[in-house]
Write a protein that binds this ligand. Structure first.
Ligand SMILES: N[C@@H](CCC(=O)N[C@@H](CS)C(=O)NCC(=O)O)C(=O)O
Length: 242
């Protein structure tokens, strides 16, 4: 769906290469069945059919697009610099993306009032308001299957300061935030933007280099979730008292 951070990375990768694509929007959980029916090996998006080949996962898509169309490159040519960008990309995929997913799914399950916004522009075969109103069981199932438990979400929030520090550090070192962006920029920015769509997390992100980079790469990210997390969980990202 339009508010999926991983799917946004998929789109950014095609757009970066200037390769046209047709987007199919799928609601969470329904997507599992559709992807299985289309014979994709896994049940996650982005999942792309490129000239008939099935390529699934943000990192696999980045490499496949680079292989098919080397210019503009998604990775620096020097092996040492490429290694660092690949590590930042891996962190974005395996750590940041999942932590943000846990916090988002937990929050969306608690308060579905903002859910309709994450469908903005999506063609899902039914009115968005109806999808949002009936999303409860789907969000609950998704949250359970993706480990959005109280414990995991508390840990995810506690891990945020270090993750943001790491991203700011990479920006300072020039690993991220260069012009043009690289695969790690395109991987990390949508996860930060999804995090910033949560009123609970935005204040901790928007004013720092990580937040500015995310907004530059993804100027508009759909959806907004009101404050819903227990205040005592937010201690690790609370603004220091003046
Ligand atoms: N880390 C992988 C997986 C992406 C992923 O988990 N995507 C989510 C959407 S953000 C998904 O397909 N979820 C299916 C579901 O949980 O229902 C990647 O970057 O491609």
């Amino acid at each position: 769906m339009p508010g999926s951070h991983a799917a946004t990375t998929g789109q950014l990768l095609f757009e970066f290469k200037g390769i046209s694509y047709k987007r199919t929007d799928l609601l969470p959980v329904v997507s599992w069945l559709v992807l299985k029916a289309l014979r994709f090996p896994d049940v996650t998006v982005p999942a792309a059919k490129i000239d008939g080949d099935r390529v699934q996962g943000t990192r696999a898509i980045a490499r496949e697009l680079d292989r098919r169309q080397p210019e503009p490159p998604l990775f620096p040519p020097e092996p040492d610099r490429r290694r660092v960008v690949e590590e930042a990309e891996r962190f974005g995929d395996e750590e940041l993306q999942q932590r943000v997913r846990e916090i988002f799914l937990w929050s969306a399950r608690k308060d579905r009032s903002g859910l309709v916004g994450y469908l903005e522009g999506g063609k899902i075969g039914m009115p968005h308001a109806v999808a949002a109103r009936t999303a409860g069981p789907f969000i609950a199932l998704d949250a359970r299957s993706r480990g959005a438990t109280d414990d995991n979400v508390r840990q995810a929030i506690a891990a945020l300061p270090e993750m943001l520090q790491r991203i700011d550090g990479w920006i300072e070192e020039g690993v991220l935030g260069g012009e043009p962006p690289n695969a790690a920029d395109l991987q990390i920015a949508p996860s930060l933007r999804l995090a910033m769509s949560l009123d609970d997390l935005r204040p901790a992100i928007e004013g720092r280099p990580a937040g500015r980079l995310a907004t530059k790469i993804v100027p508009h990210f759909p959806g907004r979730t009101p404050t819903v997390l227990p205040p005592e969980w937010l201690g690790p990202i609370a603004a220091p008292e003046r």
